[in-house]
Design a protein around this ligand. Structure first.
Ligand code: SAJ
Length: 415
């Protein structure tokens, strides 16, 4: 039986949506956390006590960590008992770019000591944890990896908007390069995680993360494909899905204006790039979801043409209102948002007024688009496109939506 490792100091590389909440989790569990980020502004802002990302309850928890002197941010790594790498793995021409992970490895290499643990949390193609061991071993030939320094992969699985809860409560998959590595990583996360820590091999853990998001993408693509087929066949897809879901073994997801965010629309490509011949379904799902915003735009153009005939006016006299800009309901994150992209394209194409209604933001700088409140939009719009089902939109009774020309991408105002 191995003795439980003591982790007093934890160094976290990458202070984004995952690294920062994780840092706060350890800090508020009483550990000393060194937060490392290459971005000078991020480091400065954090050291002034201000978080640079939007996530419910994170600022309060971060303030507590700083006030208790358990966290500070810096641009360079320092010696610690455990190192967590939570840097981005962006897609470059549909291939994952591992340079951030490699740079993080090189940044911690000089500080590694026998008995340390290095955990990779970044979404990664299969085999990356093994590569990490190689990079570290090249930089530190005096140490044996993963014997002297343990290495594990532990993907994050938290949902933006619920990060602070899910970080603690979700079960974790932990894939060590050896079983000792896994056990040490379990000891680390159990400092603040209440969910089960389930151990496996590093390659399986890497694939598990990719598969979870691909599963969701494929299922959303099924719903999105149905929405287009139903439109052609003049059937309500919303009613159809509700009916089909009455079956005890059917659970179809909801169609949308497209799949956004930083994970579901990205991670399936990691699988496709590694196994291109075998991942036909995963690739097609990606293509179906990526094509949905263009379909919405074409439907909108047809609606404008109808409205012009009916009102006997010029297109430039019509006002279009786009309800929702965020990448999903009840958040203010506009990055990688299909709703924002659609609104932008409408504004480029339409000669008349374009209004945007986004209750979660106060300011918008988008050419030819005016941010207004719901009442103004309802009063002025000739055509409505509902792109995101934010709660305040769902609270509007359908009788208050007078516009005949309505494109409802989320099935909120069914009539
Ligand atoms: N969406 C639909 N129809 C649905 C559900 C979602 O079109 O029925 C769309 C949303 O509108 C949004 C996109 O999918 O544009 C993604 O939203 P999401 O809420 O499904 O997921 P994310 O991207 O916010 O977070 C996902 C989560 N993964 C899974 O649920 C399998 C989260 O647990 C991961 O930690 C996160 O990706 C990540 O970081 O990988």
């Amino acid at each position: 039986m191995m003795s439980k490792t003591e982790f007093n100091t934890i160094c976290i590389l990458g202070l984004g949506y995952i690294g920062l909440p994780t840092a706060v989790g350890f800090a508020n569990a009483g550990k000393k956390v060194i937060g490392v980020d290459i971005n000078e502004q991020v480091v400065a802002s954090l050291n002034q006590g201000k978080i640079h990302i939007i996530e419910p309850d994170l600022q309060a928890a971060f303030t507590q960590a700083v006030e208790n002197d358990h966290f500070f941010a810096t641009r360079t790594a320092e010696a610690a008992d455990a190192f967590i790498i939570a840097v981005p793995t962006p897609l470059l021409e549909k291939q994952p770019d591992l340079s951030y992970i490699k740079n993080a490895a090189l940044a911690i290499a000089p500080y590694l000591r026998k008995g340390n643990l290095v955990v990779l949390e970044s979404t990664s193609p299969v085999g990356t944890t093994e590569k990490l061991a190689e990079w570290l071993s090249q930089a530190r030939p005096d140490l044996i990896f993963p014997a002297d320094v343990h290495i594990a992969y532990c993907p994050e699985r938290v949902l933006p908007g619920r990060i602070m809860t899910e970080l603690v409560e979700n079960n974790r998959i932990i894939g060590g390069l050896t079983s000792e590595c896994s056990q040490q990583a379990v000891d680390l996360y159990q400092i603040f995680a209440k969910g089960n820590c389930i151990t496996t091999q590093a390659r399986t853990a890497e694939m598990c993360k990719l598969v979870e998001n691909s599963f969701r993408d494929v299922n959303i693509a099924f719903a999105n494909e149905l929405s287009m087929i139903c439109d052609e066949l003049d059937i309500s897809v919303w009613e159809l899905i509700e009916l089909a879901n009455q079956h005890p073994r059917v659970n179809i997801l909801q169609p949308s204006a497209g799949v956004g965010g930083h994970c579901i629309a990205v991670d399936p490509w990691f699988i496709v790039s590694q196994s291109p011949k075998l991942s036909r379904l995963i690739r097609t799902a990606r293509e179906v979801n990526d094509a949905k915003p263009q379909w919405v735009l074409e439907k909108l153009k047809a609606l404008v043409a109808d409205c012009v005939i009916e009102k006997d006016c010029k297109p430039s006299e019509l006002t279009i209102a786009c309800f929702g800009l965020a990448f999903k309901p009840d958040i203010d994150d506009l990055r990688e948002s299909p709703a924002l992209a659609i609104t932008q394209q409408i504004a480029q194409w339409h000669k008349g007024k374009v209004l945007a209604i986004e209750p979660n933001i106060q300011m918008l700088s988008l050419e030819n688009v005016t941010l207004v409140d719901t009442d103004t939009a309802m009063a002025q719009a000739d055509i409505i496109v509902l792109l995101v089902d934010h709660t305040p939109f769902k609270q509007i009774p359908v009788e208050h939506v007078q516009q005949k020309h309505l494109l409802d991408c989320r099935g909120v105002w069914l009539r």
